[in-house]
Design a protein around this ligand. Structure first.
Ligand code: NIG
Ligand code: FE
Length: 409
């Protein structure tokens, strides 16, 4: 068989459920690809494969490219002073209610030129890439008016065109009510539904619509209004729900067959049952939980028992999760939420792929799947997240092409 690329003598953590080993691992095996797609993966020595590009992995680990399925990477400024305020005892909600928090980042982001936002996002994506990320979801949500939300989404579009990673764009215009908006939360949601979403659709700037359902943001009724417009325009939907209190946003995500329900610290067992029925993914964001010093744990035992897929993501943002390493997010899922290392790594591969609707192509090393591969200077999957700082990739292929950090220079 003629292949474009081949990695042999490798421990391959496939995350293929049909391989009955931890992390679906094939010890001492190979993976080959052609035209950007995996064409062979097996144990032993490849006998009949000739490839122009062949790498001896010397017994080291190969994983699928990791998938960060929840980030807020497009912003200017930082919120380091809030980090200090929270250490002095002020809560995230209190800071947000008094003009700080999300609105601070909105002000800095509105003032920034697209060029600056692009450069800042690029440096953040480089950090994720070093931790093995080849697919990233990016939300808007720091523009919060027609013009600035579109500005952020255009920056994401430019990232898509410029870099070989896979980017999924999400519109999070319903993040909070911006303080300068003249009108109520109902009026703002109406503006998003009537003006912004149709424009985003027409310009092809996002595939998914997100919302923050919380006392300091929007109600389940707002979410319902937003999602019914989003769905009628052909968007997929997802939500920041049950993060700081029982917001009941998760129930609406399930009603609308959302791709994912994210955060979920305050979700209860009945709500996890609904999640199971809807087929939505539970996206766990341990960076935000850790950073906000939260105590109320998401109901991981119920998710496990009901076989709800648990994805893990960085939630990279300047306020609640300034975290730019997916391996560290997986580590935190273990230490904060008691996931097993295996569960945490499934959370950044196959389950993260499902959270983005990419589970037919990405997140697993399997024939017909995209040749997004990472070679690590480690031998076992657990080694990626056991030491701190967590592991960085040695070599990365995206769609079968080797990609180095120089693409970001
Ligand atoms: O995922 N919960 C709302 N949104 C973000 C935080 C945004 C911010 O504080 O800037 C989150 O935690
Ligand atoms: Fe978030």
């Amino acid at each position: 068989m003629l292949a474009d690329g081949l990695i042999y003598n490798a421990n391959i953590a496939t995350f293929d459920d049909n391989i009955d080993m931890p992390a679906g691992t094939i010890a001492g095996g190979y993976v080959a690809w052609r035209n950007g797609v995996i064409c062979a993966v097996d144990s032993g020595v490849p006998q009949k494969i000739s490839a122009s590009h062949a790498i001896d992995a010397k017994g080291k680990l190969v994983t699928p490219g990791f998938i960060d399925c929840h980030t807020h990477l497009i912003y200017a400024g930082d919120r380091a002073e809030e980090f200090e305020w929270r250490l002095q005892g002020r809560s995230y909600e209190d800071i947000n209610r008094h003009g700080g928090g999300i609105m601070r980042t909105v002000e800095a982001t509105r003032a920034a030129e697209p060029e600056e936002l692009f450069a800042l996002a690029k440096s953040r994506i480089l950090r994720l890439f070093k931790s093995g990320v080849t697919t990233v979801e990016i939300k808007s949500g720091y523009g919060l008016n027609l013009e600035d939300e579109l500005k952020l989404l255009h920056v994401i579009k430019r990232l898509q065109i410029t870099f070989p990673l896979t980017f999924k764009a999400t519109c999070l215009a319903a993040h909070v009510l911006p303080t300068d908006f003249v009108g109520s939360k109902d009026d703002y949601i109406a503006m998003v539904c009537n003006e912004l979403l149709p424009t985003v659709k027409k310009q092809g700037l996002a595939e998914s619509i997100d919302v923050f359902c919380e006392k300091i943001a929007f109600t389940p009724e707002h979410v319902r209004t937003l999602f019914s417009t989003a769905k009628s325009l052909g968007f997929t939907v997802k939500g920041h729900v049950e993060q700081l209190s029982q917001s009941c946003g998760i129930d609406v995500v399930c009603e609308f067959d959302g791709l994912s329900a994210d955060h979920l610290e305050f979700a209860n067992k009945e709500q996890i049952e609904k999640l199971q029925m809807s087929g939505s993914v539970a996206v766990l964001l341990p960076g935000a939980f850790y950073y906000l010093n939260q105590a109320h744990l998401p109901p991981v035992a119920a998710m496990r028992q009901l076989n709800v897929p648990m994805a893990v993501a960085t939630d990279a943002n300047p306020g609640t999760s300034p975290l730019f390493s997916i391996t560290t997010a997986a580590h935190l899922a273990c230490t904060q939420f008691a996931l097993t290392p295996e569960e945490a790594l499934r959370g950044v591969t196959l389950h993260a792929a499902r959270a983005l609707g990419l589970h037919q192509k990405k997140g697993v090393i399997k024939r017909q799947f995209d040749a997004d591969l990472v070679l690590w200077s480690k031998e076992r999957a657990v080694d990626l997240i056991y030491e701190m700082p967590c592991a960085e990739a040695e070599h990365i292929w995206i769609g079968g092409n080797i990609v180095t950090k120089e693409v970001f220079s």
